[in-house]
Design a binder for this molecule. Structure first.
Ligand code: AMP
Length: 229
């Protein structure tokens, strides 16, 4: 039986990047609700049409829809293990998840807000293949933490290395939408964090202040310490 994880953290901290890397490394399924919803919108499905406005405006899709989607994916993962990215976003979702499966650990990623916004504004994505690039070059000390992020550039400007398609800013990476998403995150994440802490679910708290390979090593180290992998 493989490990069952949740990755938590503010929008832009790198949940997508880390869940992708960890799923490959550990051989578990990545379940990203944001990716699932964006794909439905792209396909123009009934679900996609229903959630389109929420995605564009950075507001939350109703809990019952989200719980149904996630439950189906967890069942499909079977005994393979999984990492949930973008879910649960509300206390109600966390409580519903508890009835579906027992989570082994929470990976909780943090980053200074000023740096988060800077990185989100300069993030470029390739919608079709999911690749992510960033043109920011950050070297700063904030609140005693040193942040070092070299840029992650594509070889050709605004062209994806993987599929050759155009790189664009994600629709919800506009300044006003970013601020709204952060505000929603701050309000809703506290009860979720408290919920898991009071239930004694192991918490792996990591400050994301370096590039992904370093952070992945820190996460793996902590998972091993907990005998989860
Ligand atoms: P993300 O890629 O995780 O930042 O998600 C992008 C958008 O999808 C969010 O701003 C919400 O509109 C929607 N979304 C993703 N996951 C959830 C969830 N668990 N509950 C409600 N809405 C969600």
């Amino acid at each position: 039986m493989f490990v069952k994880l949740i990755i938590l953290g503010p929008p832009g901290v790198g949940k997508g990047t880390y869940s992708t890397r960890l799923s490959k490394l550990l051989g578990i399924v990545k379940i990203s609700t944001g990716d699932i919803l964006r794909e439905e919108v792209r396909k123009g499905s009934k679900l996609g049409r229903l959630v389109e406005k929420h995605l564009k405006e950075g507001t939350l899709v109703p809990d019952d829809i989200m719980v149904r989607i996630v439950e189906k994916r967890i069942r499909k993962a079977g005994s393979k293990g999984f990492i949930l990215d973008g879910f649960p976003r509300t206390l109600e979702q966390a409580q519903a998840l508890d009835k579906i499966v027992k989570i082994d650990a929470i990976i909780y990623l943090s980053m200074d807000e000023e740096i988060l916004i800077e990185r989100l504004l300069r993030r470029r994505v390739r919608k079709r293949c999911g690749a992510v690039y960033n043109v920011t070059d950050i070297r700063k000390v904030v609140n005693g933490v040193e942040y070092i992020f070299p840029p992650l550039l594509s070889q050709r400007r605004r062209i994806c290395d993987l599929c050759g398609g155009p790189l664009v800013r994600r629709e919800d990476d506009e300044p006003e939408v970013i601020r709204r998403r952060l505000k929603i995150y701050k309000r809703l994440s506290k009860p979720i964090i408290n919920y898991y802490k009071t239930r004694g679910v192991p918490f792996i708290e990591i400050c994301v202040n370096r590039e992904p390979s370093i952070i992945v090593d820190r996460i793996v180290y902590r998972l091993k310490e907990l005998n989860l992998i």
